[in-house]
Design a protein around this ligand. Sequence first.
Ligand SMILES: Cc1cc2nc3c(=O)[nH]c(=O)nc-3n(C[C@H](O)[C@H](O)[C@H](O)COP(=O)(O)OP(=O)(O)OC[C@H]3O[C@@H](n4cnc5c(N)ncnc54)[C@H](O)[C@@H]3O)c2cc1C
Length: 373
Amino acid sequence: MEEFLLTIVGGGAVGLATAREFSRHISPEKILVLERHSHLGQEQSGRSSEVVHSGLYDEGLKLKLCLRGNSLLRSFCHDYQVPLETEGKIVVAKDKEEDKILEQLLHKATQNGVPEIIKINDTKRIKELEPNVNAYSALFSGTTGVIDSMAYLQALLQQTEKNGVYVLLGTNVTDIKPKQDGFTISLQQRNETYNIQTKAVINAAGLSAEELARNINPNNLFETVPVKGLYAVAKNKDNLQIKRSIYPLPWSFEQEGRTFYDLGVHLTPTIAGNEIRIGPVIKVAASKKDYQHDVSLDFFYERIVGYFPNIRREDLREGHVGILAEERNTHDFIIEPDKNFNNCIHLVGIESPGLTSSLAIGEYIWKNCNPLI
Ligand SMILES: Cc1cc2nc3c(=O)[nH]c(=O)nc-3n(C[C@H](O)[C@H](O)[C@H](O)COP(=O)(O)OP(=O)(O)OC[C@H]3O[C@@H](n4cnc5c(N)ncnc54)[C@H](O)[C@@H]3O)c2cc1C
C-alpha cells in the first residue's frame, strides 16, 4: 500500500495552492492531491466572478488572507504568465443616502489597512473613468483585478507537478479512517478502488469538506449552506463598454435564519475583454448540485439599469452558475485542526474571496496549523 506524508483532498485553487506551498518545504514526492473530477475547475474555483479582491468588505481571517493573497496572486500571475487585468474597480452610490454608506466603507477600509482606496465625489471624474456608468459618488479600489481562473488553476497544477507532487485527477475519496499514526484513505478511480496510507490530511474539499470532516470524526459539526451565484452576460462594446469592474453597494438579506452578505449584482469585464459578466445574483441553492439557471434576465436588468443606463433587456443572455460553500455559523473562513486528530486540518466555508486568498491560505496552513508538526 502506498504511503504518503501529506494527502490533500480537493484539487481546487486552495488544495493546489496548499500543495505548492508544502512542496517548497518538504519532499514533494511525499505529497498527494486527490481530485474527484477529471478536469480542473468544476466546482467553486472554476465558477466564480474571477475578481481578485482587495479586502474592502472583509473582516477577521478573510481580511488577513485576502490582503496577503492579493499580493501573492499578483506576483504569481506575473511569474507564470497568468492573465490578470489590473484596472481596479469602482463601487458606486446613486444618491446622497448611498454616499453615506460609501463613506462608512471607506472608513472601514482605511482602518483595515486596505491599500489604494480613493473616494471620488466628482461625477465628471467618474464619467471620465467610466463614461457609461451613472453615479453620484464612487469608491475606487486600485488593487482589485480580474484573473483568468482556469489559467491560474493550470499554472498551479503545472508548478505543483513540476515540484514533484502527485496530483490524481478523477479520483474520489470515499472514506478516511484514522489510525494510530495517520489515516487510511479509500479512493475510487473509475470502477477501481484502492487504499493508501498517509501521516496527515488537509481537507480542502470545498462544498464537501463538511461531509469529509464528519467522515473522519463524527464529532465535527460543520454545516455548509450551498449558495447559488447566477450570472448574465452582455457584449462589452459601444455604449455598454466598461474598463473595470463596477459594483453597486453591498447589502444583506435574511433567509432560513441566517444573514447572507451580498456584494450586489456587479459588472466585470471578462479577461478577454469582449464580454461583461453580470452578477452574481445570490440565493440559497436547493442542493450542492443545483446548477440550474433559474433567475430571469429581467431580474438582472432591474438590478443594474440604475447605474448602467444604456443596458437593454435584449442585450442580456444567461451566463454560468456557481455554488459557494458558506458555513452556517460564521461568515469567516474556518481553517483549523480536527478536534481529535491534530494531523488533520479542515478548511470549511472557503467561499469568496477564497480564489484571491488561495496562495495565502497555503502559506497560513504551513506557518500556523501545520498538520506535520
Ligand atoms: C459564484 C461564485 C463567485 C465567486 N467569486 C469570487 C471572486 O470573484 N473572487 C474570489 O476571490 N473568490 C470568489 N469565489 C470564491 C472562490 O471561488 C472559492 O473561495 C475558491 O475557489 C475555493 O477554492 P477551493 O479549492 O476551496 O474549493 P473548490 O474549487 O470547490 O475545490 C474543492 C475541490 O474538492 C473536490 N472534492 C470534494 N470532495 C472530494 C472528494 N471526496 N474526493 C476528491 N475530491 C473532492 C471538488 O471536486 C473540488 O474540485 C466565488 C465563488 C463562487 C461560487
